[in-house]
Design a protein around this ligand. Structure first.
Ligand code: AMP
Ligand code: MN
Ligand code: MN
Ligand code: MN
Length: 276
């Protein structure tokens, strides 16, 4: 089983269409796949149909932006019904505000000597509801201002950096409930990316468990190999099941290719086993 249960398409901030991501996943040996666009399930039908044609098992997915203790947490939902009205409405409310936030980011970057970045970022946007920091990063790279999207996040766009505009996303409880209402399981995405204290992490995981959350990502393209081990231990301590996904966005961007991560540690229970 080569499960890749976290990646993006042009429906959010990826650069390949859902069917193109499907073909690339299949070509790289993925046998169980989920497309998990940010706050959007508009690509699910195309992804599922493409997976079916390729003979790849498929789970409908989404990655919901959440604000918890003033920081952003991403919650992946797997095996969600894309026709669920609760989920559709919740995601629409979560997307609202992205445009105003992006305009504010453009103004902020202009005060740092980087003019017209909002207009620039818009050229990279494929879904007008889903302008994200990634689109600003691509513009900053292609305009010669930054050497890589990572450089753009490190210097300007990352949380707390000079071009960062704080934003209030969905509540953790709401995101988990929307996923559950749609028949899916909620998974805390790339926990290693969050700058919480140990006490805060304990509270986050505790609240997530109280809401019925059962799994975290352990093997993800957003973790370093050290973090694979660290979050495998977290899964053991909290009794979480584990998930695996590349967080692939675009060819030549990011660290990891679809389907190419190490397997889960064999003592951890894969979250996807319930659907096989
Ligand atoms: P947004 O939803 O607009 O806040 O953008 C979040 C997206 O930016 C994430 O899904 C990643 O694709 C990307 N991102 C966030 N932080 C980083 C980082 N430190 N390095 C590279 N990409 C990042
Ligand atoms: Mn992204
Ligand atoms: Mn994420
Ligand atoms: Mn992601």
């Amino acid at each position: 089983m080569n499960a890749d249960l976290h990646c993006h398409s042009t429906v959010s901030d990826g650069q390949l269409a859902p069917a193109e991501v499907a073909r690339r996943a299949h070509a790289h040996g993925v046998t169980l796949w989920a497309l998990t666009d940010h706050d959007e399930i508009g690509g699910q039908a195309e992804a599922r149909d493409a997976a079916q044609q390729l003979g790849m098992s498929y789970l409908c997915g989404v990655e919901i932006s959440v604000t918890w203790a003033s920081r952003t947490v991403h919650v992946v939902g797997l095996h969600v019904d894309p026709a669920s009205q609760v989920l559709i409405d919740g995601l629409e409310r979560t997307r609202n505000g992205r445009a105003a936030r992006a305009e504010a980011m453009g103004e902020q970057l202009a005060t740092l000597g980087l003019p017209d970045t909002y207009e620039g970022a818009l050229k990279y946007v494929s879904n007008p509801d889903m302008i994200s920091r990634t689109h600003f990063a691509r513009y900053l790279v292609d305009s010669g201002c930054c050497t890589s999207t990572q450089d753009a996040f490190t210097r300007y766009l990352g949380d707390g950096k000079p071009g960062y505009i704080a934003h209030r996303w969905a509540k953790l409880a709401d995101a988990v409930k929307w996923i559950q209402a749609a028949g899916g399981e909620a998974i805390i995405a790339h926990p290693g990316r969050y700058e919480y204290t140990p006490l805060e992490f304990g509270a986050l995981f505790g609240e997530f468990i109280d809401l019925g959350g059962k799994a975290i990502e352990v093997i993800t393209g957003s973790h370093t190999p050290d973090q694979y081990a660290e979050y495998a231990d977290v899964a053991r301590r909290f009794g979480f099941e584990a998930s695996r996904g590349s967080d692939f966005h675009a060819v030549g961007e990011g660290r990891v290719e679809l389907g190419s991560l190490p397997p889960l540690p064999s003592d951890l229970k894969p979250v996807w086993e319930r659907w096989l």
